[in-house]
Design a protein around this ligand. Structure first.
Ligand code: PGA
Length: 252
């Protein structure tokens, strides 16, 4: 059985003070929830403060990116040891916004994954097609290419430590969710691909989240699908009641 994982990607939102108050509220809302991984990914500047608030709770801390070197002349970057030092456990890698606006490629995603694994951070690796690709029936090709490139040269044991997030770019922040059937179709494809690239054990054990306009209203139908193991939530994670409602609904 794959454990469900719901992660909130706060993106470029929340000062430290705002982040602490959001997570204080969330902490109370999800106090009784167990058997499910709950992760919040605030901006770098709020990690330290949020880390204190989630200490000894059922909420884990994630970052939204990392650089692959541990240290050096890389102005503006943040490394895995720096994140570990703050109690970070997860790190989102290769989000479509990083790929689209900040030059992330399958190669740099692969380097970031390696750095995360070296320092025992759990990577949440994002993949997904954009609208023209979907309309041209290239979804599976794009996903295959992204998986082969981003996950290149990882061992089966390493792959088992990774969480994947299927996020169709056309569904991110648009209010246009993939239907549960559309998402399931791609999730099943990814799982099959993992079987080919690694082995059957990897295919069965890797958790694949869906992301893209997930809300308290649509999570239940998504999570009911056999290959959907959780959600990466953007907009709806910025308010404690809606994120908590997603967590609770996913738990059922
Ligand atoms: P959204 O973002 O839920 O606001 O669509 C999801 C994501 O980008 O991870």
């Amino acid at each position: 059985m794959r454990k469900i994982i719901i992660a909130g990607n706060w993106k470029l939102n929340k000062t430290s003070r705002e982040a602490m108050s959001l997570v204080e509220e969330l902490k109370r809302e999800v106090l009784d929830i167990d058997g499910i991984d709950i992760v919040v990914c605030p901006p770098f500047t709020a990690l330290d403060d949020v880390s204190e608030v989630v200490l000894d709770t059922n909420i884990a801390l994630g970052a939204q990116n990392l650089y692959w070197q541990d240290s050096g002349a890389m102005t503006g970057e943040v490394s895995a040891p720096m994140l570990k030092d703050l109690g970070v456990q997860y790190v989102i890698i290769g989000h479509s916004e990083r790929r689209q606006f900040f030059g992330d490629t399958n190669e740099t995603v692969n380097k970031r994954i390696r750095a995360a694994l070296t320092h025992a951070l759990t990577p949440i690796v994002c993949i997904g097609e954009n609208l023209p690709e979907r309309e041209a029936n290239k979804t599976f090709d794009v996903i295959r290419h992204q998986c082969e490139g981003s996950l290149a040269n990882l061992t089966a044991d390493e792959m088992k430590k990774i969480v994947l997030a299927y996020e169709p770019v056309w569904a991110i922040g648009t209010g246009k969710t993939a239907t549960p059937q559309q998402a399931q179709e791609v999730h099943a494809f990814i799982r099959q691909l993992l079987g080919k690239l690694f082995n059957a054990d990897v295919a069965q054990s890797v958790r694949i989240q869906y992301g893209g306009s997930v809300t308290p209203e649509n999570i239940a139908a998504l999570i009911a699908k056999p290959d959907i193991d959780g959600a990466l939530v953007g907009g709806a994670s910025l308010k404690a009641p809606s994120f908590a409602a997603i967590v609770k609904s996913a738990k059922k």
